[in-house]
Write a protein that binds this ligand. Structure first.
Ligand SMILES: Nc1nc2c(ncn2[C@@H]2O[C@H](COP(=O)(O)OP(=O)(O)OP(=O)(O)O)[C@@H](O)[C@H]2O)c(=O)[nH]1
Ligand SMILES: [Mg+2]
Length: 218
């Protein structure tokens, strides 16, 4: 398991800090590891190194004047590693669901990934903030999933936003992670508006933070 940490805080005033567990899910070879590495280290490699189980990297970002520490959990997409990845779903704050625009099956498997996540993360009412990433948008000649099809899928999923990304060319990668923070914030605000009595629960829960800061969240 990797535990490198990269910090990109610019020196500007900020009001509060938040720690978010962000999980990357999707079929093997869609580019989850490449997206994480591009975002955290700004590096990209064509060399194929399949993920076994999970790895995580931390990165700090400032959004709207607030500092967010993202703990990004990259999971193995191959079916054979299912039992190694699912124990890490619990405690996630936002999910980046990834498919490849050059692989139709990876798009068709999105429902499968949502279900696996809901089940193992123990999400209430199947409500959760998602950002959907159609990766490899640079590969226009081999693209097989159209924007219209994706928009149709997204319209059936509450709390989901879509970005077309390229880890290879660094297109929309940081934007997608910023969107994840914003999606999380909006989701939390909406939950509080629906149930103001939850406000007390939202006050800093040190146990949750301590638990999440441990490499193993199970
Ligand atoms: N053209 C293109 N290729 C990409 C892009 N992102 C990743 N790849 C390539 O796709 C292959 C798989 O990338 P990974 O990041 O290892 O995929 P993964 O989803 O982590 O795969 P698993 O670890 O098996 O779940 C590698 O050869 C990458 O170089 C992209 O944006 N564009
Ligand atoms: Mg990987």
């Amino acid at each position: 398991m990797s535990t490198r940490r990269t910090t990109t805080i610019q020196s500007q005033p900020h009001s509060k800090a938040s720690f978010l567990k962000v999980i990357l899910l999707g079929d093997g070879l869609v580019g989850k590891t490449s997206l994480m590495n591009r975002f955290v280290t700004n590096k990209y490699s064509e060399t194929l190194l399949r993920t076994i189980g999970v790895e995580f990297l931390n990165k700090d970002l400032i959004v709207g004047g607030d500092v967010y520490t993202l703990q990004i959990w990259d999971t193995a997409g191959q079916e054979q590693f299912k039992s190694l990845r699912t124990p890490f779903y619990r405690g996630s704050d936002v999910c980046l669901l990834v498919f490849s625009l050059t692989n139709r099956e990876s798009f068709e498997n999105l429902e499968y990934w949502k279900k696996e996540f809901f089940y193992h993360a123990d999400v209430q009412n199947n409500e959760f903030p998602f950002v959907l990433l159609g990766n490899k948008c640079d590969a226009t000649e081999t693209r097989v999933v159209s924007r219209e099809e994706v928009d149709q899928f997204v319209s059936t999923c509450p709390n989901m936003e879509y970005y077309e990304t390229s880890a290879k060319l660094n297109e929309n990668v940081e934007k997608a992670f910023i969107a994840a923070i914003e999606k999380f914030k909006k989701f939390e605000e909406d939950a509080l508006n629906r149930d103001p009595f939850k406000a007390d629960d939202q006050k800093v829960d040190l146990n949750k933070i301590r638990k999440k800061n441990r490499p193993c969240s199970c």
